[in-house]
Write a protein that binds this ligand. Structure first.
Ligand code: SAH
Length: 222
């Protein structure tokens, strides 16, 4: 028989802890702030109800509007590459379910996320509000144009794949800022690219790993 304390306990706590150990730490994610945030945010709340039992599987899952929530490892990897600190302002393009924004909100000061599907804007906002993650704002619009009101950003994460880094986004990056984005000629297959804006305004780009993201649709995307 479960004691009251046990039945009140988070039924996903175990799966979440295992995901962090087996999918993240074992593959080299070591940033303590990222690991802590991934242990904190309930991914099951961001997936569609029928997929909750699979929330901690090592895989992307469908969300509304024919989009996907990334595999936990990819979320953690991209955020770790941004080397976020507690005072950072982050811009996300492609809020989707709101999950990655939720994870970043547990590390950085503020997260601003742009999403082109109105239905997903509501979906993400509702989940973030229910969890009380009040340092995230989600806006409806074309994220390839960024969100000038809160620029410059210390970090920018693009959660959809485009042909190149949108110039507008680069322009909204602070000196010393980092931008991570899947880039490729193919609409469905890309390489993760990390761009670092030098203090002198010159950027360096590093090719990381092959990935498969949904396409970035917009003025400076596909
Ligand atoms: N970070 C999300 C996953 C996003 S999937 C999560 O954690 O769930 C990629 C998202 O990018 C999709 O929701 C898609 O609608 C959105 N997207 C594609 N092009 C966009 C654009 N130009 N501006 C804003 N969002 C865009």
């Amino acid at each position: 028989m479960a004691t009251p304390a046990e039945s009140d306990a988070d039924p996903y706590a175990d799966a979440r802890r295992r995901m962090v150990a087996e999918q993240l730490e074992s593959r080299g994610i070591a940033d303590p702030a990222v690991l802590r945030a991934m242990r904190l945010v309930p991914r099951e709340r961001f997936v569609l109800e029928p997929y909750r039992p699979y929330a901690y599987d090592d895989t992307p899952l469908p969300i509304p509007a024919n989009q996907t929530i990334s595999q936990p490892y990819i979320v953690a990897y991209m955020i770790a590459m941004l080397r976020l600190s507690a005072a950072d302002r982050v811009l996300e393009i492609g809020a989707g379910s709101g999950y990655a924004a939720a994870v970043m909100s547990r590390i950085a000061a503020a997260v601003y996320s742009v999403e082109r599907h109105a239905g997903l804007v509501d979906y993400a906002r509702q989940r973030l509000a229910e969890l009380g993650y009040d340092n995230v704002q989600v806006r409806h619009g074309d994220g390839t144009l960024g969100w000038p009101d809160h620029a410059p950003y210390h970090a920018i994460i693009v959660a959809a794949g485009g042909p190149s880094v949108p110039e507008t986004l680069r322009g909204q990056l602070a000196p010393g800022g980092r931008l991570i984005m899947p880039i490729g000629r193919d609409r469905r297959r890309q390489t993760l690219v990390l761009l670092t804006q030098g203090e002198d305004g010159r950027a360096t780009e590093e090719m990381l790993v092959p990935v498969a993201f949904v396409p970035l649709i917009g003025d400076e995307g596909w």
